[in-house]
Design a protein around this ligand. Structure first.
Ligand code: PLP
Length: 390
């Protein structure tokens, strides 16, 4: 179920909150408080019993700084509701605990922490988890028939930028009464809005594009009111609430999300094209390149091709390490989505814990370098890559 807000995304990013400030501040101030006082027990009970929405206790999320953020986050994905969390992993944990009891199917590659949670930790609680790669999608029917009621996937994925057809997977999962959650961190709501394509939940590591400045850690889930309400209790009692200061900082960042991501899309396209022509680059994985395997699907389900791309350096893993170490503008750091460009070699960071055979099975070679394109001038980023590749 979607919100009725017909305004454009940039307008929603700036005017998405209905919170009013008594002094006229255009931005909800930081309510740096743990609790809120009431004039009488009757007034307190009105809020406790849900008869009147209002601020009550910050760990519950009932704090105006958090309300303002969550209204804006919901609007960006065209959702009825959003819950904000202290990290992307906290958001995923609450989702999996609330909806994973009958089993979870994870499609494709995913962030290492997500894979560890699904493969090593949730099974300790008796939650059955199943994994299929993009090349094994034909097994989805068979798996769903066994009863899992949650399908989870990233699109585009890390680091191969593999795309999954959100509409087709949602249609299939719904036949079996399963819900579909998409980790849309790599795309951001500017480039992809999975709820509009039939997904039930969108999950974000808001640490990345939503925060956009590599200075906050946060997460979010968006969806319908009916489906999000059960997650609220999990967040409340796991204690995985976003802090008011972080909520305010994130809400501030959202105001520039659209301009930031559109610029990152344009720069990533320019860098991808330059790398595709470079003799020392064997392969460029970027949804905006016409010969990329996921290009047609990206055009159909995304609004922009994103700021993430992966190059495969000629000469193998050791040469890729040398290139990563020679880069000057690109910082060698395992995150993404910030104003500053970052580079990581997946086999030494995000996928270091996998055996070489498992990395190969997932199509991740040692020669890959993943680039998160920031907000520097694209010409300077290309020049930096060219000097490092020489
Ligand atoms: N999802 C994706 C796609 C990620 O890249 C990450 C972190 O890198 C996460 C989830 C986890 O987010 P966080 O670090 O905010 O907990």
């Amino acid at each position: 179920m979607h919100s009725e807000d017909a305004r454009g995304l940039a307008t929603r990013a700036i005017h998405g909150s209905t919170q009013q400030d008594a002094h006229g501040s255009p931005h909800t101030p930081i309510y740096n408080t743990t609790t809120f006082a009431f004039p009488s027990t009757a007034d307190l009970l009105y809020v406790v019993d849900g008869m009147k929405p209002g601020a009550l206790y910050t760990r519950y999320g009932l704090n105006p700084s958090i309300f303002a953020l969550e209204e804006t986050l919901a609007g960006l994905e065209g959702a009825e509701l959003s819950w904000a969390f202290c990290s992307g992993m906290a958001a995923e944990t609450a989702l999996f605990l609330a909806y994973g009891q009958d089993g979870i199917v994870c499609i494709g590659d995913a962030y290492g922490g997500t894979l560890e949670l699904l493969a090593a930790q949730l099974p300790q609680l008796g939650i059955k988890t199943h994994f299929i790669l993009g090349s094994e999608l034909s097994r989805l029917d068979h798996l769903l028939a066994e009863g899992p009621k949650l399908v989870f996937f990233e699109t585009p994925t890390n680091p191969a930028l593999e795309l999954f057809d959100i509409r087709a997977i949602a249609a299939k999962a719904h036949i079996y009464g399963a819900r579909v959650a998409v980790d849309s961190t790599f795309a951001s709501p500017v480039n992809q809005r999975p709820l509009e394509l039939g997904a039930d939940f969108v999950v974000h590591s808001a640490t990345k594009y939503l925060g956009g400045h590599s200075d906050l850690t946060a997460g979010a889930i968006m969806g319908s009111k009916e489906l999000l309400l059960p997650i609220w209790n999990w967040r409340k009692n796991l204690g995985s609430m976003i802090a008011p200061e972080t909520a305010s900082l994130l809400a501030r960042s959202l105001r520039t999300l659209v301009v930031r991501v559109r610029q990152q899309n344009a720069s990533a396209q320019a860098v991808a094209q330059a790398m595709a022509r470079h003799p020392k680059v064997e392969r460029v994985l970027y949804p905006g390149l016409p010969d990329f395997a996921g290009h047609a699907l990206a055009k159909a389900q995304m609004h922009g091709f994103g700021g993430m791309l992966t190059i495969e350096v000629a000469g193998g893993g050791e040469e890729a390490t040398r290139v990563a170490d020679r880069l000057q503008l690109f910082a060698l750091a395992p995150s993404l989505g910030g104003a500053e460009s970052l580079v990581t070699q997946p086999c030494t960071t995000t996928h270091h814990g996998l055996t070489p055979e498992e990395r190969a099975r997932r199509g991740i070679s040692d020669a890959m370098l993943r680039l998160s394109i920031g907000l520097e001038d694209a010409a300077d980023l290309i020049a930096d890559l060219e000097q490092a590749l020489q």
